[in-house]
Write a protein that binds this ligand. Structure first.
Ligand SMILES: C[S@@+](CC[C@H](N)C(=O)[O-])C[C@H]1O[C@@H](n2cnc3c(N)ncnc32)[C@H](O)[C@@H]1O
Length: 201
């Protein structure tokens, strides 16, 4: 996404221009997130709270932990979300250790592509570690499509580091998660990955 610093006030207008499928992608995340009950949710790269708002609507009894490296974006998220639905707001990088689990649900939209490949792998392992058995990770992001002609999201190389879908599915599998692809559109994808009830022997 062709901006290395997001402004909360203009974020929605900006992202809808860059990604015309933004609302469809967010709704797909929220639908996927509603597939099973959740009381405690983690949102990684929460930004202004758009993903969290839609996910919380589908889980009326749940509370959420928001993580983002931008204090400004998180301040906007705090304003957008009901106070009693937000457990905590953490200004930290996705490359850093995650807040302690267990979580029933981890969601992340349009943020993980900012990480290097190796950091994505570590993040998926950490997510598997904080998910409850039977819990879900829903990832929506920019990917490198098989056909380069399908890439339409503007990217800047020092800030955006999308990876191939197959690689990310493999890394989730290596982390002990069971991923399935729910939606793709050009260079965008939504994946739901379940932590099995029992670890494989
Ligand atoms: C495109 S916005 C997505 C926000 C929200 N999830 C949504 O879908 O509208 C990307 C967010 O990721 C955050 N971000 C980028 N790199 C990050 C990193 N390494 N660690 C934590 N947050 C990061 C940015 O501050 C920004 O709020």
């Amino acid at each position: 996404m062709a901006q290395n610093h997001f402004e909360p006030d203009s974020y929605l207008e900006f992202v809808r221009l860059e990604i015309p499928e933004y609302d469809e992608l967010e709704e797909t995340v929220a639908e996927a997130a509603s597939a099973s009950a959740a009381a405690r949710i983690l949102d990684l790269g929460a930004g202004t709270g758009e993903t969290a708002r839609r996910v919380l609507e589908r889980h009326p009894g749940a509370s959420i932990v928001l993580v983002d490296s931008s204090a400004e974006m998180l301040a906007a998220a705090r304003e957008a979300l009901a106070e009693d639905r937000v457990e905590s707001v953490l200004v930290q990088r996705l490359e850093d250790p995650l807040p302690p689990g267990p979580f029933d649900l981890v969601v992340s939209a349009l943020a993980v592509h900012h990480l290097e490949s190796a950091d994505k792998q570590v993040l998926f392992e950490r997510i598997a570690g904080v998910l409850k058995p039977g819990g879900r990770f829903v990832l929506a992001d920019v990917i490198v499509p098989r056909d380069p002609g399908l890439a339409s999201t503007p990217v800047i190389s020092e800030f955006d580091r999308p990876d191939r879908l197959d690689d990310q599915l493999a890394w989730m599998g290596e982390a002990g998660l069971e991923p399935s692809v729910l939606w793709t559109n050009g260079d965008l994808a939504v994946i739901a990955a379940r932590r099995p009830e029992m670890a494989a022997a």
